[in-house]
Design a protein around this ligand. Structure first.
Ligand SMILES: Cc1ncc(COP(=O)(O)O)c(C=O)c1O
Length: 396
């Protein structure tokens, strides 16, 4: 079979699995009405699949900052951070992230995906070891595959299993990077971070926490799980993204280790791509201010999240283990998940459909993400629709 024939076979397989009559992946959004409502097809749909946890995508401060930056600095930087793509505002945003985390160093990247790729591939080489939670995001796995290091997975959130692996590594534990997430993107549960920190210290390993989904969501000032668990000072590297609570696109890594700065000179995902646009940087700077002062938004977000989680739990849906702004409904089969996703959309609700191989343990998920900007009516509506569809899911 030649290359194109192999690809045709994969295409035929996709056709078998996925319906053709509705665009279940890459749904076309015709128009946005607000951070929680959009036109899809010819209908007004409530968005419950956006990661827009604080609802900042239309915050006037961010819009104004972005407009001003376009007027003053143009639409794009047209260059790498290492060449012509580092404007004052890129460095200012790095300083603001470092201040926010009370850390010495910060590097920003053009996406959150590249923050993980850039840090992991820049820091680790083939003689090192990476020990990661099995549920880590694809960007972490992809970063690992760029290193040539031994990559070992431990069972999700299982610190006994993690310790066994550290013991087996012997002296190599000291050249091991442990990687976990604050809130896991698929099931929405948190890492047992205090115990993970204890083990990393016991075995002399290094720890990276990806706070992509927990930035702005956990902790008094929104730093994430590191703040909630009280371990900020004991974590070596934190990565995260602008594309969720900050309502933009981009990524960051903060650390107290001076070695972080070397990433700028050795990391291909940092060097061989254009830097973030002036509008992106300006709006993210404005959003970071709102996030830091966002206690009221966080409180509302958690009220909303607990409301929907407990409603779906009462209805008997199988959910991720903890309430939080990522609420995963776990389904028995991909066909049922596709069908439920379509029925939710027919009832005016957009969620994320997530199918294997993108999911942990080959589960099929309807992933709802909650926003502080959702209204009580929107939350009651999604709870009602899930209630109406319950019998259908049980009988399927
Ligand atoms: C845990 C985690 N890390 C990194 C990323 C990548 O972030 P971005 O989409 O901003 O590139 C994501 C995206 O969903 C994520 O869930």
């Amino acid at each position: 079979m030649n290359l194109l024939e192999e690809f045709a076979a994969r295409h035929a397989h996709k056709k078998l699995l996925l319906p053709e009559d509705v665009q279940i992946f890459g749904a076309q959004i015709e128009k946005l009405y607000s951070s929680t409502e959009a036109k899809i097809g010819d209908r007004r749909i409530t968005l419950f699949g956006t990661n827009n946890y604080l609802g900042l995508t239309f915050a006037p401060q961010c819009l104004e900052a972005a407009h001003r930056a376009i007027d003053e600095e143009g639409t794009g930087t047209t260059g790498s951070r290492l060449a012509n793509g580092s404007y004052s505002n890129h460095y200012l945003l790095e300083k603001e992230f470092a201040d926010f985390y009370r850390c010495e160093h910060c590097i920003i990247f053009s996406t959150g995906y590249q923050a993980n790729l850039g840090l992991i591939s820049g820091l680790i080489d083939s003689k090192d070891v990476i020990l990661l939670d099995a549920h880590c995001h694809a960007s972490i796995y992809d970063g690992c595959s760029m290193t040539g290091a031994d990559v070992i997975r431990f069972r999700h959130n299982d610190t006994v299993n993690m310790e066994k692996r550290l013991q087996r590594l012997g002296d190599r534990a000291q050249s091991t990077l442990i990687i976990v997430e604050g809130i896991y993107s698929m099931l929405g549960d948190t890492a047992p971070l205090q115990e993970i920190v204890r083990l990393k210290q016991k075995y002399g390993a290094t720890l990276l926490v990806d706070e992509a989904h927990s930035l702005g969501v956990l902790g008094e000032t929104g730093q994430g799980l590191v703040e909630q668990a009280g371990v900020l000072d004991q974590v070596d590297f934190i990565t995260g993204t602008f594309s969720k609570s900050l309502g933009n696109i981009g990524g960051y890594c903060v650390s107290n280790h001076p070695q972080l700065d070397m990433i700028r000179y050795v990391s291909r995902p940092y060097i061989f791509t254009a830097s973030s646009s002036p509008a992106t940087i300006a709006a993210t700077r404005a959003a970071l201010v709102l996030l830091r002062e966002g206690q009221a938004l966080r409180k509302t977000l958690w009220q909303h999240s607990r409301f929907l989680y407990s409603k779906l739990d009462e209805l008997g849906y199988t959910l991720g283990p903890e309430p939080g702004p990522v609420i995963a409904v776990v389904l028995d089969s991909h066909t049922l998940a596709i069908d439920l996703w379509r029925r939710l959309l027919d009832n005016g609700i957009y969620t994320n459909l997530v199918l294997p191989p993108a999911t942990p343990d080959d589960k099929s998920l309807i992933r709802c993400s909650i926003s502080a900007a959702h209204t009580t009516e929107q939350l009651e509506h999604i709870a009602d629709v899930f209630s109406q569809l319950r019998k259908y899911v049980t009988d399927a």
